[in-house]
Design a protein around this ligand. Sequence first.
Ligand code: PLP
Length: 426
Amino acid sequence: MSNAQPLTELSADEIAAFRQVQQTAYETLKASGLKLDLTRGKPSAQQLDLSNDLLKLPTSYVDEAGVDTRNYGGLQGIAKLREIFAELLWVEPEQIVAGGNSSLTMMRDTLYYLTLFGGVDSPRPWSQDEKVRFITPVPGYDRHHTLLQSLGIEMVSVPMTPQGPDADAVAALVADDPTIKGIWVVPTYSNPAGAVCSQEVAAQLASMPTAAPDFKIFWDNAYAFHHLTQDEAKSADILSLASAAGHPNRPIIFASTSKITFAGAGVGFLAGSVEQVKWYLGHLANGSIGPDKINQLRHAEFFGDADGVRRHMRGHRDIIAPKFAEVQRILREGLGGKGIATWTDPIGGYFVSLDVLPGTATRVVQLAKDAGIALTPAGASYPYGTDPEDTNIRLAPTFPVPEEVTAAMEGVVTCVLLAAAEKLAG
Ligand code: PLP
């Protein structure tokens, strides 16, 4: 059998023989006593080391505007850091909030405020509507889904395409259904598909008529600057597109330095129209007298300017791009041409999205687990944890050291082959 022959073209006898070979390979894998983990979309220690100078900063506790960062106040965040990230996210400094260490918390708070109080253009709080639904492009980020689920907001899935969410499907859903109040979009190097939302898709999302007057785009740009190649994707300017289309309050932009500096001690950002920012800060003020401005000042000193962020990200790229290349090599050599798997080859972000033979993803993850390789649970990238095709597996190669990436991926290939052979053998 040629290496590139699709398994689906094999005779029953050939499949049986192939299955035997894979079973033996799997037993060898299992016996090797691995303890590896490809689940965590976390920066590696080597990446974190790039930011260790933060531990010596700030050099002063007074920022450029003369603010004593040790004290209360400054709810919107310090001016210098907002200036840097305003430039990077294509908004004006007055349109951005620098917050605490997590953008996910800012997304949660925004959703809570919408639910409890309604948005700037809401006729009433969302909680007073009988039903509230959100569009979730799939595969997507599991924490978006669990957050929506925790509030009883129903999820309506649309496919993620390489150009972003299927915008025609989204436009059709929102046109005359007022229960659909929003969509979550990870526009740049999406989690886990690595898709980059095109200008055209962004323009359609920004301008499409929606039955809900307070429809929101949660534009979660967590990986905006996380390029893996020289081909650095530029995020669409969603705020300008929406403003030009007459919907200035539709997008709410989120980003953070979690995967730029320290994942646990970075700075989160929220951006939007001035009115939207005021609305957010108005509600935030009921529970906060100001963010950790010392951490913000530390970050402002560390980067210096927007180019400082861009430069810093090249350091990350140098560390993680070889790991992604290794994932591609092993998938290509192990599964290429076999007709049982497809996968993304992202130019940025933190993940590779692997689609195995439908109906085998859960089995692959179980086989890998039994062989000591932790993979993200099958279905994790789908609302309610259920992938209807049982096909998608999210691979996260940033955290392990390179040798572990190699060993884990070789193991994954063995599991994919065995699960496919079992399935095809019937
Ligand atoms: N958004 C996406 C798409 C992510 O993948 C992640 C982390 O994995 C986050 C947000 C979390 O961001 P933060 O650390 O700023 O809360």
